[in-house]
Design a protein around this ligand. Structure first.
Ligand code: KG4
Ligand code: ZN
Length: 339
């Protein structure tokens, strides 16, 4: 089976072709121009997706050495994400499905991330725990099988990636902040400042807004403003903040490992690129004797290969759309609904 994946939920346009689980092409165009605005500008993101999607599709076909008629199924991200941006990939996919008379499968972006581990040679084994950490989401999920995904916890305020981006801004590292905070952390002392981990009543939820405020208060107290922070102290703040995030994520994941009988652990999403968080997962997997699957960096950030893979599984479960599929901005609050 040859499946086309389309991803345009935010600031990446991506087109991928998968054949029987093998990646024939996975092209990603990242919109670096948002840097000068300090964050993603939705309108510009939609326009850039619109400019890129057709050329990327042509290039993906050429790389995969197939014709568009060889595609069996078309899958596109339907949400969550920026509506204008999502509509680009969704509509492109629907139009293609209509013209080629092929089935169309809308895909939940988070399900795409959860299944990014399956693009690796060593795949997660069911049931598994997945921590999906990105710029918009922090979700701890129990994945029992392809169609049974239960949300154990999520962030009650900022997403982990969002906290990285905001703290990066506070210490003057620019956008996107995650990779920059990580780079600074590697040169800093994680024990320099003891930033707190939120204590919540619910067992598996996360909160990063208090941590973000602690970092801000610390900067205001010690340096008054960003310009006064010497570079060497920026590395300590970055390392101490990152350490608090690692502790916060690790704490809930460890509780879930103790309370649920799972075979594997999987860490996915843009923030899964972070080496300190990857190390924490390795430690937990070793301690509790679980199989660990973390996708290669190229599949941690937004990519269409994960959408194509998840699309193929949804197709096998008859989740084909009648072309009326709409885009959605957010996930339902309390449940994780498989599309
Ligand atoms: O999954 P993703 O590419 O897009 C969303 O769906 O949000 O995640 C992007 C997020 C950003 O907040 C970015 O700062 C963060 O992932 N990120 C990182 C790292 N690389 C990307 N956070 C921490 N450490 C990293 N190395
Ligand atoms: Zn994402």
């Amino acid at each position: 089976m040859t499946i086309l994946g389309l991803e345009s939920s935010c600031d990446e346009t991506s087109v991928s072709i998968l054949q029987d689980g093998k990646i024939l092409s996975n092209l990603i165009s990242s919109q670096h121009f948002h840097v000068k605005y300090g964050g993603v500008v939705p309108e510009l993101s939609s326009r850039a997706n619109l400019q890129m999607i057709a050329p990327l599709f042509k290039q993906a076909l050429a790389e995969a050495q197939i014709n568009k008629e060889d595609i069996d199924v078309i899958a596109a991200t339907a949400g969550p994400g920026l509506i204008g941006a999502l509509l680009v990939g969704l509509n492109f996919g629907k139009a293609l499905a209509y013209s080629l008379n092929k089935p169309f499968v809308p895909v939940n972006h988070i399900e795409g991330h959860i299944y990014s581990g399956f693009l690796m040679d060593e795949k997660p084994e069911y049931p598994f725990l997945a921590l999906a950490v990105s710029g918009g989401h922090t979700l701890l999920l129990l994945v029992e099988d392809e169609m049974n995904i239960t949300k154990l916890g999520s962030t009650i305020d900022d997403a982990a990636g969002e906290a990285f981006d905001k703290v990066a801004k506070m210490i003057g590292l620019g956008y996107p902040g995650g990779p920059k905070v990580e780079e600074y952390s590697e040169r800093g002392n994680p024990n320099a400042v003891k930033f707190p981990v939120a204590k919540l009543k619910t067992e598996y939820d996360f909160s990063f807004s208090g941590l973000k405020t602690s970092v801000l208060r610390y900067i205001q107290k010690e340096y008054q403003n960003t310009e006064n922070i010497p570079d060497v102290n920026k590395t300590d703040i970055a390392a101490s903040f990152q350490d608090a995030v690692v502790r916060a994520l690790g704490k809930n994941v460890e509780k879930a490992i103790q309370n649920y009988e799972v075979k594997s652990l999987s860490l996915v999403g843009g923030v899964a690129a972070n080496k300190a968080i990857r190390r924490k997962f390795s430690e937990l997997a070793k301690k509790y004797d679980k199989k660990l699957v973390i996708p290669d960096i190229e599949f941690c950030g937004d990519n269409a290969a994960m959408i194509a893979y998840r699309g193929s599984k949804l197709f096998e479960n008859n989740k084909v759309s009648d072309l009326a599929a709409n885009a959605f901005a957010a996930l339902p609050k309390d449940v994780f609904k498989v599309l």
